[in-house]
Design a binder for this molecule. Structure first.
Ligand SMILES: Cc1cc2nc3c(=O)[nH]c(=O)nc-3n(C[C@H](O)[C@H](O)[C@H](O)COP(=O)(O)OP(=O)(O)OC[C@H]3O[C@@H](n4cnc5c(N)ncnc54)[C@H](O)[C@@H]3O)c2cc1C
Length: 215
């Protein structure tokens, strides 16, 4: 039964493999989306398959992606192509005592649907703000705003989060009972994305503090 807090399951999003790792809980889906900022936008174009990496932003129940007006992935999606946007976090390498049971701890989301090209000036601004603040929280308020010409030269797509699924794997490796006695290390090697020290370019005036990315 779907509740407002749960994204309705469709024939396309019903998990067939490792169903216990799937979730349609809207809060979990949004948390995974908010933790990332790079997606892969998959669609068919002239009978061929494409998965294009891009940054994205979330605002409410919508995702926004943008690019130059000449970007054909966006133009194809904006013209109504069915698409799938995926986001993946690698949380750890799962090392088993056998080749077969090696795995990865992850959180991933797949969002399906048809995007719309945003032309309305106010919504376009909201979408650009969403991307800017999603990748660099708070930075949109510090830097020069987009000019009218920059807005014109950039296409923006909105994909509403109506059909989506998340899948999460956590924990140690699955092992065969007879492998547990092997003198081999088993467990998890955690992985995460961390920001390094900011490297200022040559134009930063004295006294301007470096940003702390998602710090
Ligand atoms: C980093 C990473 C590495 C992985 N490595 C492998 C691998 O090497 N081999 C492998 O077989 N599988 C791997 N998986 C799992 C893989 O993504 C699929 O979940 C799994 O292969 C089942 O695929 P299926 O074609 O049987 O899909 P089904 O379970 O039939 O998929 C049905 C529906 O379930 C949902 N769904 C399925 N998988 C995901 C997902 N990952 N995230 C969100 N929604 C999902 C989608 O809505 C999909 O349309 C990996 C996942 C991640 C995130």
């Amino acid at each position: 039964v779907s509740t407002p807090d749960e994204i309705p399951v469709t024939d396309r999003t019903r998990l067939r493999r490792a169903r216990e790792r799937g979730t349609f809980d809207r809060a979990t889906v949004y948390e995974i989306l908010d933790d990332g900022f790079v997606c892969h936008l998959g669609l068919a174009h002239e009978g061929r398959a494409w998965a294009m990496p891009m940054v994205y932003g979330r605002s409410g129940d919508s995702l926004f992606v943008h690019g130059t007006a000449a970007n054909w992935t966006l133009s194809t999606a904006g013209a109504g192509a069915d698409m799938c946007l995926t986001v993946t976090h690698i949380d750890g390498l799962v090392l088993s005592r056998s080749v077969f049971h090696h795995s990865v701890n992850y959180r991933s989301v797949m969002v399906f649907g048809q995007a719309v090209t945003v032309d309305d000036a106010d919504e376009k601004q909201r979408g650009f703000d969403a991307i800017m603040d999603h990748v660099h929280p708070g930075r949109g308020a510090e830097v020069r705003a987009l000019s009218a010409s920059e807005i014109r030269r950039t296409q923006l797509l909105r994909l509403d989060i109506d059909e989506a699924s998340a899948k999460v794997r956590t924990g140690p490796p699955v092992e065969e009972a007879e492998d547990l006695a092997l003198p081999v290390w088993g467990g998890e090697i955690p992985l995460r994305v961390v920001a390094g020290d900011p490297i200022p370019d040559e134009h930063v005036p004295d006294g301007v503090a470096a940003p702390r990315w998602r710090g």
